[in-house]
Write a protein that binds this ligand. Sequence first.
Ligand code: NAD
Ligand code: AKB
Length: 319
Amino acid sequence: MRERILIIGSSGQIGTELVMELRKKYGNENVIASDIRPSCKEVMESGPFEELDIMNQSLLISIVIKYKVTQVYLLAALLSATAEQNIELGWKLNMRSHSHVLDLAKDGLIKKIFWPSSIAVFGPTTPRENTPQYTVMEPNTVYGITKQSGERWNEYYFNKFGIDVRSIRYPGLIGWKASPGGGTTDYAVDIFHQAIQYGKYESFLSENTGLPMMYMPDAIRATIELMEAPAEQVKIRSSYNLAGISFTPKQLASEIKKHIPDFEMTYNPDFRQAIADSWPSSINDNYAQKDWGWELKYNLEKMTSNMMKNLIEKYKTIA
Ligand code: NAD
Ligand code: AKB
């Protein structure tokens, strides 16, 4: 059967890269991008785009029927920092969007769903180092609470209705193609732009705040590998831990200094520090390795070199 894939939230940090990778694999016309705002030029010009507010359930259904969609990747959400500043919208958007997509599958309109969770699903009572797949989970941010509830929804819909829903607890994602959308880990992207343009950066997290991160090519590959894994290998239906690379702002700054020796870093923690302090600093992803063969490719050094090279090129073409 021909797969037709709908990406909801295609104009964001992940969507910008995921749409293009899926179009390479499944054909441009079979991957439909959608968002409340236009996506980047490459996405808009290479295949179908629909303006869709995911809160509008009847429009969602009509798009799914129009394109005979078989799979949905739901990326629309408010991230941790933005959701903390608008808790009503954070709760409403993150929960309603998920129900709308799960119900498409329950009603037999689509066959498979990807829904991203996050390290935000953990909280201050979770063991911070090498955080296991199964552990105490008491998130204390609205974003984390929506991710925790969403994971429970996934498992419920799988057990009760047999819905093929798959999920990853992404660490903070770092990429050069699109800007991050309002998370606590955004510093690890902003720092590269500021370092290249101005040679300095003021971090909103303190120097020794260790967090799990991942380079976007690894995250996109993990997502597609999980979605393409045989169903019987996907044994966890709530969401899989993925470890990525753990580092502090200070460690990232010294890696950047290898490329820009005069780079200067200062620290001025704001409200996002408390969010970061409630999250794990490193993750154990044994289950993802064992169940569907997950393997990380980019370490801190390789990720930093690749980010620097691509962003320097990008700024040259803009100038
Ligand atoms: P983002 O903020 O960059 O993109 C989200 C997109 O959703 C935006 O383009 C926005 O316009 C769109 N959107 C907002 N409201 C909408 C609505 N009502 N209808 C349709 N679209 C709407 O987010 P992202 O970084 O691409 O994250 C995607 C998903 O991955 C989210 O669920 C997020 O929680 C999860 N995640 C991301 C990271 C990360 O570091 N980027 C880490 C963990 C989990
Ligand atoms: C955020 O910081 O909110 C996201 C995430 C880790 O979920 N990047």
